[in-house]
Structure formats: structure tokens, C-alpha cells
Design a protein around this ligand. Structure first.
Ligand code: TYM
Length: 533
């Protein structure tokens, strides 16, 4: 049996057998190249979403100018509830200017059946859309976009983290920092640090100075409860935080920004957009976070909706008074149509960085240093926080930034909860994990077993290998797998089997702990109280 996937565009781009029923749904036919149809209607995008549920491309099994032409009809990414269309969009986007070399489209239109109606969408080469580049892409961003609400790589190789450090003005986590870390704590740095998954920091030396002089600091991290479905990418910052809490024995505050998710939700087709909905998601997400084994004696979790007020709100106000609209416009891209809720929200994410926001934990100490482990997408909030801190008499928080856990279909996008074929959710069963990895994980394997044996696989683009770097703790085993795969001794199927084993074990343990988290446990974590440290 051949264990090798048959090519680079494996995973969800793999040719699939279209069943008879599915063929009834999607019928491509030639049509006149008469007019440009923009923007696409709701019915058209819905029909396309169904098309991409079962097909990888506009026509056939490879990308063509039909895909490029359809792509040009979008001014921005489709909304997240059209997850199959969004997956296709992200994939075509990842080709950047390479899409100019796609082969010609087989047909000039695509006719789909939806609700018994025929919908014809033109996909011919001559179609152009406003404001887009000559090669048919929305002007590929000249540099990677990394903000709390958009992560978009400028090339299909993914985010250039090295450049990001320079652009953001943070510092690289280097050997010297890791050595100092090990010397001070007596612990070998966590694999996320050893492997540069946490790759950048701000002021980490100041935190280590405090530790060296016998002072405590506190940890702060958070989650925006946008859905019930947290994915394993969300775990990265929390796993790091838990490890730091254990190693340094320090208190931790976890903010659940139900307010943020309510304010940012604009998708009118979503079943429930109410504030109550996001508030209840905060409690559900708290259960997932608690299941990572945080110590209830040292951890306070809060929902903004429940908690903002008193000393915390005093700090929110101080931040609000010292940051102008112009500044947040520059940092977050707000404009005149942004709601005033969005404009003021960054002050709420800033406030937990200051120990005086939590008098029941820190008494009247206003200067306990704060360390924030998070994905680098959250850095804009904390650039603003660090800028304002000295103006209101507080210390700047320190940060540890992680890279993104990639989507199953490749490193050009981060794992995102809205696309079930690109994500592994914390609720996925052992069987679902196996199926998703086998079916969707982008492979760096070669087209044939012979070629693979001769040339070896490419670990740099292979998603299964990337996932192992996050979750296989054993450095020697990881290196052995790297060598075996890149020399061609190990086939893609075998590599995937290794990953499946690791993930199934990790998730089974997680899900066992999750079962034990009750409403009562959540209440304990979410009650303002003093913490041990
Ligand atoms: P949210 O819910 O988008 O993400 C929670 C944490 O997960 C990180 N993250 C990822 N890390 C690696 N790979 C991925 N694919 C991936 N997707 C998300 C995020 O960077 C974040 O660390 N506004 C915040 C909530 C928040 C917060 C904070 C986060 C409030 N205060 C302090 C970090 C630190 C949000 O919506 O996160």
C-alpha cells in the first residue's frame, strides 16, 4: 500500500470523487463571456460555498484562470460563515502573483444549482475588478498583515517572522536569553522556546532582572470568546502561560473579552449575535482553559462583561484619557464608520497589564511587573499599552510573542475557528483527528513514492511536521523524524501516523480533564479573591 500522498496540493485540494447527488448540485457549462458581474450576490456566494464544499477548484482538480477570475470578483475575503468559499479564497490568495501562471480556464462560466435555481457565474479571463493587481490578485499586500483581526501573509511561504520583529520593533528570543532563563530557573526552556515557536519578546530581561532580585511578577493572557469551538492553535499561548506559571510560581489573570467579540461581530447571518451569547461563550471557553490544569489558587479568570468596574475601570479611564482617536486609528485601522465601542475597547485589553486593576490580588501594589504571553497578532494592543503606561504612572508590560499555529491547508494562514477543514477543535474525537490529518494536512511529500524516496519530503512546508514541532516534546525523536522524512526514508502517511498518535494522546488527556470541569469549578476561578504567591 502506498503511504504517500500524491502531491504538494494534497490535503483538502486532493481530487475527490463527486457523487451523483453532488454532480446534480454542481453543473459547470460553457457560457458567453458577456459581462462582468460584481459584486457577487448573497445567493451566488452561498452557491459557491456549496460548490467548494465538494470541489477544490472552479473547474476540475487544479487551479486555473477560472479560479483567478472568480477571485478577482472579491474585494475582500468572504465572511467566515461561508467556510468552504473562504477556504478556497485563502488558498487562491496564497498563490499571490503566481496565479498569473495558472493554466487557461476550461470554461467561461460556472453554473450552479441552489434551491432548485440555476446560478451562472462568469469566470472568464477578461474579467477585472476594481483596485486589483495586474496578475488578478487584490494588490498582494507588500508586507505581511498582522493585526488582532487580520493575519495575511504576503507570500505563500507564510508570515516572515524575522521581518516582523524588525517592523514591530520587538526583540528576538536568542540563545543568550534562553541561557539566562535556564540559569535562573533551573529548568530547560519549554519546547516552544527551544524551537522558536515563541520567537520574540519585549522587556523579558526586565522580568528576569526582577526574578533575580527576588521580586515577583504576574502573568496576563486572554481569549476572545467568539465561538464554542476553540482550536488547538488557541492552546499555544495558554500552554506557554501554564508552564511559566509553574516554573516561576506567580499569579495569573486571564481576560475573556466577551465585549470585544460582541462589538466586532458584524455577520448578520450568524444565528446569535447577542451580548448574552458572547457572555455565555466566555464561561464555556473558561472550561477549556481551566482544563489545561491551571492552579485555582494562583489564577483569576474574568469576563469583561462581569468584571469591568471599580479599580479596573479606573485604569481603563486613565488609558482612555491618554490615547487619542488618531493613535488608535493608526494602530488598529479604525475609521469614521467604526463604532465607538470598538474605538474604546483597546483600553479594556490594556487595563489588566497593571497590577492596580486587581486590588484583591495585589493590595495597593501598583508596580508588580506584568508578563503577557500571546500570539504576535495581539501585539498592537500592547504597543498601545506600553506607549501609554508611563504617562499614567505604570510600568510597561513585558511580552512573549508566539508564531501562528498553521491551518491544516498550509502555513500561509493561521488556524482559524471558522473553517472546520483547516482546524482541529478541542472537541474533535480521535477519529476526527485522524481523518482531518489524513485528508487535509498539507503535505511536503513528492508526487510519487519513487520521487519521494529519491528527493525526500520538504519539512519546511509540511503541516504534519510543523504540528509535530509544536507538540512532540522529544527533541531527538523530532530530529530523527526530520531526517527520515527529508531523506525520503519516511513517507507522508508514516509522518501523519506519528502526528496522529501524538495529537490523539494529547487531546484524550485534555478531554478527560475537560469532563471534570464543572460550573462550580468555573465559579471558583472567576470569583475575585486573593491568590497565593
Ligand atoms: P483570541 O481569542 O483571538 O486568541 C487567543 C490567543 O490565541 C492566540 N491565537 C493563536 N496562536 C497561535 N496560532 C493560532 N492559529 C492562533 N489563533 C489565536 C492569540 O494570539 C491569543 O494569544 N483580544 C484577544 C483576547 C485577549 C488577549 C489578552 C489575548 C484579551 N487580553 C491578552 C492575549 C493576551 C483575542 O481575541 O484572542
Amino acid at each position: 500500500m502506498c503511504n504517500l500522498d500524491s502531491g504538494r496540493h494534497r490535503g483538502h485540494h486532493q481530487p475527490r470523487t463527486v457523487t451523483r447527488g453532488e454532480c446534480d448540485l454542481v453543473k459547470a457549462r460553457c457560457g458567453p463571456a458577456s459581462h462582468q458581474r460584481m459584486p457577487l450576490s448573497d445567493l451566488e456566494t452561498k452557491a459557491l460555498d456549496e460548490h467548494f464544499l465538494i470541489c477544490s477548484y472552479v473547474h476540475g482538480y487544479t487551479a486555473s484562470q477560472g479560479d483567478a477570475a472568480l477571485f478577482r470578483q472579491f474585494k475582500c475575503a468572504p465572511p467566515s460563515h461561508l467556510c468552504h468559499l473562504l477556504r478556497w479564497y485563502t488558498h487562491i490568495h496564497s498563490f499571490g502573483r503566481e496565479s498569473a501562471s495558472f493554466p487557461a480556464a476550461k470554461k467561461e462560466s460556472l453554473t450552479l444549482l441552489i434551491n432548485d435555481k440555476e446560478v451562472t457565474i462568469m469566470v472568464n479571463n477578461s474579467m477585472e475588478a476594481e483596485g486589483q493587481g495586474e496578475a488578478g490578485q487584490p494588490p498582494a499586500p507588500e508586507e505581511d498583515i498582522v493585526t488582532p483581526h487580520t493575519v495575511q501573509a504576503s507570500s505563500n511561504k507564510g508570515i516572515d517572522y524575522d521581518k516582523l520583529v524588525d517592523r514591530f520593533g520587538s526583540s528576538r528570543i536568542d540563545e543568550a536569553l534562553l541561557e539566562r532563563f535556564e540559569r535562573l530557573t533551573g529548568h530547560k526552556p519549554h519546547r516552544f522556546l527551544r524551537r522558536n515557536i515563541f520567537f520574540s519578546h519585549r522587556d523579558m530581561h526586565r522580568i528576569l532582572d526582577a526574578v533575580e532580585s527576588g521580586k515577583k511578577f504576574f502573568l496576563y493572557t486572554g481569549r476572545g470568546p467568539s465561538s464554542n469551538a476553540m482550536h488547538i492553535g488557541h492552546l499555544i499561548a495558554f500552554i506557554m502561560t501554564k508552564w511559566l506559571q509553574d516554573v516561576f510560581d506567580v499569579p495569573l489573570v486571564i481576560q475573556l473579552t466577551d465585549d470585544e467579540k460582541y462589538l466586532w461581530q458584524k455577520d448578520a447571518t450568524k444565528k446569535d449575535n447577542s451580548l448574552e451569547h458572547y457572555h455565555s461563550l466566555a464561561r464555556e471557553n473558561a472550561k477549556d482553559i481551566i482544563a489545561l490544569d491551571f492552579d485555582v489558587n494562583k489564577t483569576f479568570i474574568f469576563s469583561d462583561v462581569d468584571f469591568v468596574g471599580g479599580a479596573f475601570y479606573e485604569n481603563v479611564l486613565k488609558v482612555q484619557k491618554h490615547v487619542t482617536f488618531n493613535q488608535v486609528k493608526g494602530i488598529f485601522g479604525f475609521d469614521e464608520s467604526s463604532s465607538i465601542g470598538m474605538i474604546m475597547f483597546p483600553a479594556i485589553q490594556a487595563a489588566p497589564s497593571f497590577s492596580s486593576s486587581f486590588p484583591f490580588i495585589f493590595g495597593n501594589k501598583k508596580d508588580v511587573p506584568c508578563l503577557i504571553p500571546c500570539g504576535i497578532d495581539q501585539d498592537p494592543y500592547f504597543r498601545m499599552t506600553r506607549d501609554v503606561a508611563p504617562k499614567i504612572g505604570f510600568q510597561k508590560p513585558a511580552l512573549l510573542h508566539s508564531t501562528f499555529f498553521p491551518a491544516l491547508h498550509g502555513a500561509s494562514s493561521k488556524m482559524s475557528a471558522s473553517d472546520s477543514t483547516s482546524s482541529i477543535y478541542l472537541t474533535d474525537t480521535a477519529n476526527q483527528i485522524k481523518k482531518k490529518i489524513n485528508k487535509y494536512a498539507f503535505s511536503g511529500g513528492r508526487d510519487t513514492v519513487e520521487e519521494h524516496r529519491e528527493l525526500g519530503g520538504d519539512c519546511e512546508v509540511d503541516v504534519s511536521f510543523m504540528y509535530l514541532t509544536f507538540f512532540l516534546d522529544d527533541d531527538e525523536k523530532l530530529e530523527e523524524i526530520r531526517q527520515q522524512y527529508s531523506s525520503g526514508k519516511m513517507l507522508t502517511g508514516e509522518l501523519k501516523a506519528e502526528l496522529i498518535k501524538v495529537l490523539q494522546k494529547m487531546m484524550a488527556e485534555f478531554q478527560e480533564r475537560r469532563k471534570l470541569v464543572t460550573d462550580e469549578t468555573v465559579k471558583q476561578f472567576m470569583t475575585p479573591r486573593s491568590l497565593k504567591f
